[in-house]
Design a binder for this molecule. Structure first.
Ligand code: THU
Length: 130
């Protein structure tokens, strides 16, 4: 994935974060991914008054992509608007990223548009898989 595509993915994730439904945590997260055909899918965190039902931005984007027939996922950007640094994906999202975006470059972005790169294996070494 070239730098222009990475930058665009980060910007798209920042836009997605602005759509977060996070009235409880007030911690808005956005994710954007791109597949092998260049299709882009986005997600935000969607919380619920029954807190445990909340879904993270990464899983929203990944489940949208799979359910809409995405090709192999090549890149995934994650960002929060409500902290200065990058948003480190939670354990549940790491497991799902590892399974559904195994070959992706993962961009842990900050709201200023900068990012650090990692991989699903980097996020979850020794991941459980069947
Ligand atoms: N959250 C995400 O969307 N992604 C992460 O990787 C970490 C946490 C959300 C869940 C919850 O809505 C809020 O951030 C605070 O935990």
């Amino acid at each position: 994935m070239d730098e222009t595509t990475k930058k665009k993915l980060v910007e798209t994730a920042i836009q997605a974060a602005s759509r977060a439904y996070a009235p409880y945590s007030k911690f808005r997260v956005g994710a954007a991914l791109i597949d092998a055909r260049g299709a882009v899918f986005t997600g935000c965190n969607v919380e619920n008054a029954s807190y445990g039902l909340s879904v993270c931005a990464e899983r929203t984007a990944l489940f949208k992509a799979v359910s809409e027939g995405a090709a192999e996922i090549k890149g995934l950007a994650v960002v929060t608007l409500d902290a200065p640094g990058f948003c480190s994906p939670c354990g549940a999202c790491r497991q799902v990223i590892h399974e559904l975006a195994r070959k992706a470059v993962v961009l842990l972005a900050s709201r200023d548009g900068t990012w650090e790169e990692t991989t699903p294996d980097g996020l979850l070494p020794g991941a459980f898989a069947l």
